[in-house]
Write a protein that binds this ligand. Structure first.
Ligand SMILES: Cc1ncc(COP(=O)(O)O)c(C=O)c1O
Length: 471
């Protein structure tokens, strides 16, 4: 899911009367998109001054038709860990196509799926011994819900406040933000929220023995890049075990070395029952997701001949995705991108913290590996507080969206978190170079200086409000 979709889209969705922004009249592939796919998305990008045509994307760099170079600090929401269009992954996919093998026969044993599952389970370790493949994070979460219920014989599911697990009905039942839920009818019953980081609240709910699983992101992403307090995930796991529930980690964004380790779970002493991987798994080129599980879970779901295909999907183990997954793992291992994420992430946080210290609206720089965020807060100074609060009233995403627009103008693609608009997320491809991080730090520092010292930041917000909200 895209943070775009709640922050700027939230802005669009709350508008009383959608303002019709001018669309170009000539018939180009872009106008076909706006005619037949999603015209509101085009309008939104136009309003944000971010509707550019990308002609080439390589590593961390995006080049546009009008000759701009943009550094990607969003990575398609943690899809491009290996960098855009990695030549090694592209050539592996081409080879797979040329092989003319049984890409999607669905009546055979797909050997590549076995190879990929073995590698993933080995890298993940612990009790994770089997894999189910699918095409998206939300599909992975749906599977995890079903598998947890089948394993425990219970229906209830616990999730953390601020979480983001996808937009299909089951996954959406694990996200409390009304923006995402409204209008889509009743979701799953028996889902309950606990505050992220509060082990006692979790224990209290689990003690009712109604719950099949606690589903949690080991670092909350859309919730504001929130790293859990020390000992929280261990305590959560212990509570789950004590009360017969499963610990399910949603590592759709945090997995594949984003935080420095293969799984963010590896920074903790935990051994989850189920892990969902998605996004970066196939190099940003072919959709692929995986649900890793213990033998205990596997047996509960598939444990007899009759149940051999109890949960499956048409594109589940398709050859191209499996090949892309294998090639991606080879690249991230060979290029030691985990170590790079850890080192470069620390460097980024240090540089940002020192450059931004003293600015009253900068609350915190935080993160893990190359999953980082800057949280902004309300200013004290009256001259800043008045416009800040006025724009907060117009729309809570307005402040952050102007920040994103300004950064884009300077050549950096970023976004704010979709369930916490005051946090700017910074998650470049793991191949990002030190010089590129330095460029970003300079860019962020210049925009932060502007928001503290010049009216133009707030004038820009007014312009955006007019364009998007029609006020
Ligand atoms: C933590 C997490 N889980 C699941 C999803 C859903 O993934 P997808 O968009 O591939 O369905 C997302 C999407 O952003 C996510 O951030």
């Amino acid at each position: 899911m895209h943070a775009w979709e709640t922050s700027p889209l939230a802005a669009a969705s709350y508008m009383p009367e959608p303002l019709i922004l001018p669309l170009t009249a000539t018939c180009t592939p872009a106008t076909l998109y706006q005619d037949h796919v999603n015209p509101q998305w085009v309008r939104l990008l136009n309003a944000l001054d971010m509707n550019v045509r990308y002609t080439r994307c390589q590593g961390t760099e995006l080049y546009t038709e009008d000759g701009r170079r943009i550094l990607d600090f969003l990575s398609g929401y943690c899809v491009h860990n290996a960098g855009h269009n990695h030549p090694g992954i592209i050539s592996a996919i081409k080879e797979e196509l040329d092989r003319c093998g049984p890409a999607m026969l669905q009546s055979h044993v797909p050997e590549l799926a076995g190879e990929l599952a073995e590698k993933l389970c080995t890298l993940a370790g612990g009790r994770l011994k089997k894999a189910f493949f699918c095409c998206s994070g939300t599909e992975g979460v749906e599977a995890a819900i079903k598998f947890s219920r089948a394993t425990t014989g219970r229906n209830g599911l616990i999730y953390a406040g601020g979480a983001s697990h996808g937009l299909t009905c089951g996954a959406l039942s694990l996200m409390s933000n009304p923006f995402w839920r409204e209008g889509f009818g009743p979701l799953l019953a028996d889902t309950e929220e606990v505050p992220f980081g509060d082990a006692a609240a979790l224990e209290e709910k689990l003690a009712t023995k109604r719950f099949a699983a606690f589903i949690v992101e080991p670092v909350q992403t859309e919730g504001g890049i929130r790293v859990p307090p020390t000992g929280y995930l261990e305590a959560a796991q212990n509570a789950c075990r004590r009360h017969g529930a499963l610990l399910v980690l949603d590592e759709a964004q945090t997995g594949l070395y984003r935080t420095g380790a293969f799984l963010a779970a590896h920074h903790h002493h935990i051994d989850p029952d189920i892990v969902v991987l998605a996004k970066a798994l196939s190099g940003g080129l072919i959709p692929c997701a995986a649900v890793l599980m213990s033998d205990h879970v596997y047996n509960a779901v598939y444990g007899s001949l009759k149940r051999a295909i109890a949960h499956t999907s048409t594109f589940s183990e398709n050859g191209l995705s499996m090949r892309a997954g294998l090639a991606t793992l080879e690249v991230v291992e060979r290029e030691r991108l985990g170590q790079r994420a850890a080192e470069m992430g620390e460097y980024m946080r240090e540089r940002l913290s020192s450059r931004l210290s003293g600015y009253e609206m900068v609350k915190e720089v935080r993160g893990s590996g190359l999953l980082n965020g800057i949280e902004f807060g309300a200013p004290q100074k009256l001259s800043l507080r008045v416009p800040f609060e006025a724009f907060l009233k117009i729309h809570p995403a307005m402040f952050g969206q102007v920040l994103v627009m300004r950064l884009f103008r300077l050549g950096f693609l970023t976004q704010i978190c979709s369930n916490q608009f005051m946090t700017l997320r910074l998650c470049p491809p793991l191949v990002v170079e030190e010089g590129q991080v330095d460029e970003l730090v300079d860019g962020v520092a210049s925009v932060v200086e502007l928001m503290h010292s010049s009216n133009s930041y707030w004038t820009e917000a007014l312009g955006l409000a007019r364009r998007v909200l029609g006020i």
